[in-house]
Design a protein around this ligand. Structure first.
Ligand code: AVI
Length: 316
């Protein structure tokens, strides 16, 4: 049988997350193996999960306004581009006025191939299979004099960082940029609690499958024996932190072994593993975030159907 290559970093992270004395955790970056990525695609189509459609709607409706605000000679860098589908309207508007250079940065080689296929007619697509900051640095080092970087960080991925890491990440982006470079940041906004819960605990169980797949992945890749039927998906909203938390709750007392992580771990009934945090913002907080990280807020577009903001930050 095909067994994926053993990943020592994954094993280390699983071990440290599951041996914590307080809340057990697993990093949300491990939700996205090929099964998890396919399930996430399905989540974006769910009627209860309006986030991705709101993001795309704003870009479709306001790409022309956005491009009009930008200086000439833009080079676009998209962090976590996937196939770049949402970015097409921006590239189309840029194409009307300049030769377009687009660096999609993603860890998924197959998404980057699709990106080149789909957008290659519109732009010189230079795919970068790299982490966000590595990709950004690569693109920044190759910019010609007079070019301005437009960095896209869409889809509210910043919401999956804890607040201090979000600030550190934006500061790290700012360090790579020059004054006048711009960052378009997509963020999901606070909305009624029932609406937020439904988005992360849909009745069809797609998000539950996405969450449980993390245990299935650990079984597949690290020779573990999680019994998926003994865990259930939980989504809860913590108002003080303005965030949805996704957890996997143990239905009973159980002992699990993760061979490749050299780990035997037990779970008491109702104990949870926190697998993801999804912060929700209010528009003013984004102005503060811009100021704290070396940018100023130039404009903000908010979707009327599903509260979601696209904020244009300019490096100062
Ligand atoms: C990728 N990220 C912005 C999604 C979110 O909404 O925080 C991940 C997700 N998790 C469950 N559903 C969607």
């Amino acid at each position: 049988m095909f067994a994926p290559a053993f990943d020592a970093e994954f094993a280390r992270d699983v071990r440290s997350g599951l041996t914590r004395t307080q809340q057990k955790t697993l990093s949300c970056r491990y939700l996205y193996d090929s099964v998890g990525s396919a399930l996430f695609e399905a989540i974006t189509c769910l009627p209860e999960y309006g986030l991705t459609r709101a993001d795309a709607r704003i870009l479709n409706e306001h790409a022309a306004d956005l491009v009009e605000m930008l200086p000439p000679n833009i080079v676009t860098v998209e962090l976590g581009s996937g196939s770049g589908a949402k970015t097409r309207p921006i590239l189309e508007q840029l194409h009307r006025r300049q030769v377009v250079v687009y660096h999609p940065v993603d860890l998924s080689a197959s998404s980057l191939v699709k990106c080149v296929q789909d957008l290659g007619m519109l732009a010189g697509v230079i795919p970068l299979e790299a982490s966000y900051l590595e990709g950004l640095r690569y693109a920044a080092e190759r910019r010609a004099p007079g070019e301005t970087l437009l960095v896209l960080f869409l889809g509210s991925t910043i919401g999956n960082f804890d607040p201090d890491s979000a600030i550190d990440f934006l500061l790290a982006i700012r360090l790579v940029l020059q004054p006048g470079d711009v960052l378009l940041l997509g963020t999901d906004l606070v909305k009624p609690v029932e609406q937020m819960i439904a988005a992360y605990d849909d009745p069809a169980g797609v998000t539950a499958a996405f969450n449980l797949n993390l245990l299935a992945r650990i079984n597949r890749e690290l020779e573990a024996d999680f019994n998926l039927r003994q865990f259930e998906h939980v989504a809860r909203y913590t108002p003080e932190a303005q965030r949805i938390e996704m957890h996997l709750r143990s239905r009973e007392y159980q002992i699990v072994s993760v061979h490749q992580a050299n780990l035997i771990v037990d779970f008491v009934p109702n104990e949870t593993i926190c697998t993801e945090v999804c912060h929700k913002f209010i528009p003013d907080q984004l102005c503060t975030l811009a100021r704290t990280t070396g940018f100023r807020m130039q404009t903000q577009w908010i979707d009327e159907e599903w509260p979601f903001a696209e904020s244009l930050f300019v490096a100062v």
